[in-house]
Write a protein of this length. Sequence first.
Length: 148
Amino acid sequence: MSFANLYYHIMFHTKYNAMAINVENERILYSYINGFCNNYGVKLIRLGGMPDHIHMLLNMPTTESVSDFVKQLKVATSKMLYQDGHFPYFEGWQNGYSAFTYAYKDIEMIVNYIKGQKEHHKVFSFRDEYRKILIENGISPDEPFFPK
């Protein structure tokens, strides 16, 4: 018998870093993402973000690929956001995403981090936040895909 318990902190942001996910209507998007995760067999532990990016903590089954999941999620949410009417500044998601694995013992820390996004971003920009997360995960922020 095999056992796996895979936790991923996934981040992606809007095209051109547009402030397209307005706070008044973000729950529409978050509800849609929650339903998408349920349909995909992914347990969404925490979801949050800012007008220009999203953070998710997920527990994924071993039968699903992170890249396929994120690709399908971005396609589905793009269609929903274009059609909904509450997100007039949404022009799409930027290419790519970030995914970091965490141990079960780290879940509370990541949940609190995602919960605190609005407070956190009163002090730090997305670029500063992203740079810090990359460095903490052993990735050089000077990679060619680092957001401008």
